[in-house]
Design a protein around this ligand. Structure first.
Ligand code: HPA
Length: 270
């Protein structure tokens, strides 16, 4: 595994002159942030040695190197989901490669169902914490030398970055909410009873991604910031039929605001 990770990192280093310290993972319907990136090099996943290939509609499957807010960034346009059949090692492979490339800060985004009754469709939720309901753990197996066997998770989402996001949202008059992201394996959306259960357990939003990447990034000492776009509501009395298309559409509409927060944060990170 380590050999494959290093081989992929070497290949990337040989194919781009950029040496970003910040990486971004673009979730469902959020790929357009890529348009904000001044792209220097773009690699379809199929060209990158050992990289899994994304299969979901709305995920382009390219690794981008370029500039955002004047800073060098690396962006994953399309992620790998457990429900597609990938192992957790495959889902988190790109994060392992990021570590080898010297990434220090990771921005993640996703589309999620809102369970907090105060949330509205189109809300931007700053992720303050998570609950991992995925059936397999990304750190299962022999420990990687990037971090301890039993990693601390008391601050999985970096408080300084959260503070920065709050400041920027206030400055730019962007409505944000905050909350706990629950990660499920998917691919089904939740039944009303499941939304209710996740709410009772302490969740504000639920989705099918992000947590594996955040856990591995944390294990690698990469600080993380995450945004969930609330694309549908799992709130009693407000639950309606939900489709992938609607999720994409709702995410699409808020992209510019999320992009603004990400861009400004990247600009301010040293
Ligand atoms: N549940 C799980 N995943 C999701 C949802 C949801 O309601 N909305 C977008 N992704």
């Amino acid at each position: 595994m380590l050999e494959k990770i290093q081989e992929t990192a070497q290949w990337i280093k040989a194919h781009t002159a950029l040496t970003p310290r910040t990486a971004i993972v673009l979730g469902t319907g959020l790929g357009r942030l890529a348009a904000e990136i001044e792209v220097v090099d773009a690699f379809p996943y199929s060209e990158i040695p050992n990289f899994p290939v994304s299969t979901v509609e709305g995920h382009h499957g390219r690794l981008l190197f370029g500039r955002l807010g004047g800073k060098e960034v690396m962006a994953l346009e399309g992620r790998f989901h457990f429900y597609e059949g990938y192992s957790m090692k495959e889902v988190t492979f790109p994060v392992r490669v990021m570590y080898e490339l010297g990434i220090k800060t990771l921005f993640v985004s996703n589309a999620a169902g809102g369970m907090n009754p105060a949330f509205e469709i189109g809300d931007i939720m700053l992720i303050t914490d998570h609950i991992n309901f995925m059936p397999e753990h990304p750190l299962h197996g022999p420990n990687f030398p990037t971090g301890p066997r039993f990693p601390d998770m008391s601050e999985a989402y970096d408080h300084e970055l959260l503070g920065m996001a709050r400041t920027i949202a206030k400055e730019k008059n962007i409505r944000t909410v905050e909350g706990v992201y629950v990660a499920t394996q998917g691919p089904t959306f939740e039944t009303p009873a499941e939304y209710k259960m996740y709410r009772i357990l302490g969740g504000d939003a639920v989705g099918m991604s992000t947590v594996p990447e955040v856990i591995v990034a944390h294990h690698c000492g990469i600080r993380t910031f995450g945004i969930s776009i609330i694309t549908d509501l799992g709130v009693e009395g407000k639950i309606v039929e939900v489709s992938h298309e609607e999720v994409q559409k709702a995410a699409n509409a808020v992209q510019p605001l999320m992009a603004e927060i990400f861009r400004e944060m990247v600009k301010r990170i040293d």
